[in-house]
Each structure stands twice: as C-alpha cells, then as structure tokens.
Design a protein around this ligand. Structure first.
Ligand code: NAI
Length: 260
C-alpha cells in the first residue's frame, strides 16, 4: 500500500481577495483567513468600513490584512483592486465573491428593473469579472480556489425576491461552469449557499421573526452566525481541498433538508 500522504491544511502565506468584507460573512471570513496566516484583501464599498475591519484584525494580533475600497458593480475598480492586491502581496490564490445586498421588489411594481439590474450586477456579473481579473494570478498558484457565495435562495425561492433568486441561481450555474472550465488547470470553484445568518442583510428582521422562522424551517432551530459560514469557506479553500470542485454547499442549519 502507498504510505499515507498528508495534504497541506494551511492557507498561511496564501493571498485571498474577499468582496463585501466589511460586514457579516465577508468580515468573519477576513478575520478567520488572517488568523490562519493568509494575506487578506478586505474590500467593500466604503474605505472607513474596510479600515475598521483591518484595525480589528490587527488588534487581535494579525498583521496580514489590507483594506481597499471596491464597488463590485464597477468593472474597472475590480481590475484595479485585483491588480493592487496581487502587487501588494505577490499574487492571488483565493477569490471569495461574497458582496451582496437585498433589494426585494415584487415583479410588476415600480423599481423592479432597478432592483434587477443592481442585484444581477452586484451578485452575479461581478463574480465572473473578479475571476477574470484574478485569473492570471490564480493560474500561477499551486492551490487556486474560487468561492462564490450564493444562497439557499439559489436552491428554492421566496416570494417577491425574484431578482435575488435569479442572481443566486445564476451563481450556482456560473460556479459549475468555472469548475469545468478551469478543472484542467487545477483551479477549483465551489459555491457556498448560506441559509438564515445573522448579518447586515438580515438586521431588519426582528428577533421574534428570526426565531419563528428558524424554529419552523431549520433543523437546528436557529439562525447561524457568520463565523459558522466562514469556517466552511476555509475548509473549501485549503490546499488539501484539491479534489472538491463545482459543488454547492448549503450552510443552512438544515433548512434545505427539513420537510416538517
Ligand atoms: P452583510 O450586509 O452583512 O454584508 C454584505 C456586504 O456586501 C456589506 O458590507 C455591503 O457593504 C457589501 N456590498 C453590498 N454591495 C456591494 C457592492 N456593490 N460592492 C461591494 N460590496 C458591496 O450581509 P451578509 O449576509 O454577510 O452577505 C454576504 C453574502 O451572503 C451576500 O452575497 C448575501 O447575499 C449572502 N447571503 C446572506 C444570507 C443571510 O442570511 N445573511 C443568506 C444567504 C446568502
């Protein structure tokens, strides 16, 4: 028998670019990756919010995070921040396309077109643009990892949320296509589908409604916290996760498997 081959379970020294990293799951992922020794590009809409996350990470004793303002709806800005990240840290190994927002407008009502354009641009188009910008650097990495954050709204649908559902369903297809297209180069692409998580996006839902919903719909009877998603994202980007690609991973407390 071949001797057991230990695979590399560390992202220390690798470089990750994370979008929407000033809040929620992006912020938790930035914290965790920095704790694991990765260089982290903390990117989000406002410089001050990105700087605050970097300051938190530094206060915890980890010095490898750097802030960049990035609106992922701006194609030129994506190119610039990807280039700056690669120049600062000497490459890019990991892309986490995480930025997102909720602009629910029912079909047929005023503002639907704007909600559609914004949702698709920020939560779907930006994913392919960021990967395009990072691709020359990912191709130089020996453990290149793409993680696209979709949602359980990509696996089912909630009423009055069709633009979000369309974007998230698209992310699943895009991830599978990336996995097939880049597979021969050893670059993996996987999709995380969070369920109900306590973040900025769900901040407007009252505690009472969160409790009613999660007791009725999830196996674990509670909302998740961002750190619980960040740790699954970490598992997926490890160098050792080299045979996992094109999969859709619900991190949803059992929402998608609960019938009653
Ligand atoms: P959050 O609101 O705490 O964080 C989202 C971040 O994305 C914010 O910091 C926001 O400024 C940023 N952002 C929004 N538009 C942006 C843009 N144009 N460019 C750059 N950054 C932008 O929310 P959360 O929940 O941490 O969201 C992270 C991802 O998880 C999103 O893609 C969201 O759709 C997804 N998700 C969230 C769920 C939840 O229950 N919280 C469930 C399923 C998916």
């Amino acid at each position: 028998m071949e001797p057991y081959k230990p695979l590399d379970r560390s992202i220390a020294g690798r470089t990750a670019i994370i979008t929407g990293a000033a809040s929620g799951m992006g912020r938790a992922t930035a914290h965790l990756f920095a704790r694991e020794g990765a260089n982290v590009a903390v990117t989000d809409l406002e410089q001050g919010a990105c700087d605050a996350v970097v300051a938190e990470i530094e206060a915890a004793g980890f010095k490898t995070a750097k802030a960049w303002v990035l609106d992922v709806g701006d194609p030129e800005a994506i190119k610039q921040v990807a280039a700056a990240t690669a120049e600062t840290f000497g490459g890019i190994d990991i892309v986490v396309n995480n930025a997102g927002l909720a602009r629910p407008v029912p079909l047929g009502e005023d503002g639907y077109e704007d909600s559609w354009d914004l949702s698709l641009n920020v939560m779907l188009t930006s994913h392919q643009r960021m990967v395009q910008a990072a691709l020359p650097h990912l191709r130089k990495s020996d453990a290149a990892r793409i993680v696209n954050v979709a949602s359980t709204e990509g696996l089912g649908a909630t009423s009055m949320n069709s633009a979000y559902v369309a974007a998230k369903t698209g992310v699943i297809g895009l991830t599978r296509a990336m996995a097939v297209e880049f597979g021969k180069e050893g670059i993996t692409a996987n999709c995380i589908c969070p369920g109900p998580i306590i973040t900025g996006i769900t901040a407007g839902i009252s505690d009472e409604h969160k409790e009613i919903f999660s007791k009725r719909r999830t196996a674990l009877r509670r909302y998740g916290i961002p750190e619980e998603v960040a740790n699954i994202t970490l598992s997926v980007v490890l160098p050792a996760a080299s045979y996992l690609t094109g999969v859709v991973i619900p991190v949803d407390g059992g929402l998608t498997i609960r019938n009653a």
